[in-house]
Design a binder for this molecule. Structure first.
Ligand SMILES: *[C@@H]1O[C@H](CO)[C@@H](O)[C@H](O)[C@H]1NC(C)=O
Length: 411
């Protein structure tokens, strides 16, 4: 019983072999220096490992578009061309509209060429083969569309929309401005800030336009500029529609002054897939306005809108000094210095002149007799095993000044 206790209250320390060799000495120090430089330069200074990070940024975005355009001899204002109207972080500016007026519920010929027919039979055939599409439910009849052309008849909103007509987009959109109000909060540090920096005055806001060099913090963006920064062509986008991302990045070091926590804006096209393929290019959607006649019959105006959609995306993180990550990373740094010994051991025991002598010094062979005599020097761990073997190779568990790396594999 007493033996057990005294065996338990012992301290094990490793025996080191000091090698006085210039070659291995220099390699050892150089490797250690590299590891220390990496930790100080990259991990601590560049990656700021001494800070705790908050990546769960909370944010609110409000937007407002301004400008007047001319389309179809009509002056268009914000209520006409921005949808949805709430001024959220995602909004569309309509650049082109295809209008089909006075539609009522009835039967009429299809307007698309792919529904061309010769007889009722070909229309019935089409019902079986076609995927859902067209402008209404097919009745299976073939009716004249105009003097020369016959198409299948549909039941639905008539007359059917003809969306192949060429329309010019509203070019004034290029000069419209987007105003973005963004507030953010880092909940971990309870830090709040907005993209209206204290330096911004109302006089400045009235005349500024965002520019990455001269007006980096102006919250007003010209549509044409945004597209230019996203490397897009305005007239292509206005014709086909598309989705543009306005990214607001907040990367803040809260150990520094609050004034240094500023937004950075960047712009990209988000619907890269529609940019490249021709199957579904651009962005468009349909909506309708409903009316009622005196006699109660409902009619509507169908609008097919080509729009540039803007998504305001906010991301960011903030860091602040904290004891826990500092300690963890310092411990990691100190233990990593020991990794150098692995490399040095490989060189020392395999490639250096006199490797055999080093090996002999490093791995002491102890015979059975000796073990019996010196049992008391080892603690309980080895005892039972030693007796069953004729000789043991006593591997040092650690080979140098730091680190805890078993060298058994070289024995
Ligand atoms: C946009 O504004 C510029 C300068 O104010 C003007 O020269 C240009 O004609 C405008 N573009 C359109 C499409 O109205």
């Amino acid at each position: 019983m007493m033996n057990c206790i005294t065996d338990f209250f012992t301290y094990e320390t490793t025996k080191s072999v000091v090698v006085k060799s210039w070659t291995i000495g220099i390699i050892n120090r150089v490797v250690q220096l590299l590891i220390i430089t990496y930790f100080i330069g990259w991990v601590f200074v560049h990656e700021k490992a001494y800070q705790v990070r908050d990546t769960a940024i909370e944010s609110s975005v409000m937007t407002k578009v301004k400008g007047f355009g001319v389309y179809n001899d009509r002056i268009m204002d914000v209520a006409d061309y921005v949808t949805p109207t709430q001024g959220a972080s995602v909004f569309c500016i309509i650049t082109k509209l295809i209008t089909t007026e006075n539609q009522i519920q009835s039967s009429c010929p299809e307007s698309e060429l792919k529904f061309q027919c010769k007889s009722d039979d070909s229309c019935k055939d089409m019902i079986e083969r076609q995927k859902p599409g067209g402008n209404g439910l097919m009745t299976g009849k073939c009716v004249p569309f105009n003097a020369t052309l016959k198409t299948c008849e549909i039941k639905g909103w008539c007359p059917a929309e003809i969306d192949s007509i060429k329309m010019n987009p509203m070019m004034e959109v290029e000069n419209f401005t987007i105003f973005i109000k963004n507030s953010i909060r880092f909940p971990l540090f309870n830090f709040t800030k907005g993209n209206f920096l204290p330096t911004i005055t109302s006089d400045y806001i009235k005349k500024c336009n965002f520019n990455p060099v001269s007006d980096r913090y102006c919250p007003i963006f010209k549509v044409g500029d945004v597209l230019k920064f996203a490397h897009q062509n305005f007239s292509t986008l206005a014709n086909k529609g598309g989705v543009i991302g306005i990214k607001i990045g907040w990367v803040c070091d809260l150990d520094k002054s609050e004034d240094e926590c500023n937004p950075s804006y960047s712009f990209t096209r988000l619907d890269a897939v529609s940019e490249k393929n021709s199957v579904s290019p651009g962005y468009n959607f349909r909506y309708a306005k409903y009316y009622k006649m005196e006699n109660g019959t409902e009619y509507r105006t169908l609008l097919k809108a080509y729009a540039i959609r803007f998504d305001v995306l906010v991301n960011g993180n903030a860091g602040k000094f904290d004891m826990i990550p500092t300690l963890i990373n310092m411990v990691a740094a100190f233990t990593s210095v020991g990794v150098g010994t692995v490399l040095c051991d490989i060189i020392l025991l395999n490639f250096l002149k006199g490797a055999d002598q080093y090996k002999a010094k490093k791995f002491e062979e102890v015979s059975e007799v000796q073990v019996d005599k010196s049992t008391s020097y080892f603690n309980g761990m080895y005892r039972s095993r030693d007796h069953s073997q004729t000789s043991i190779k006593h591997d040092e568990k650690q080979s140098s000044d730091s680190g805890a790396f078993s060298m058994g594999q070289y024995g």
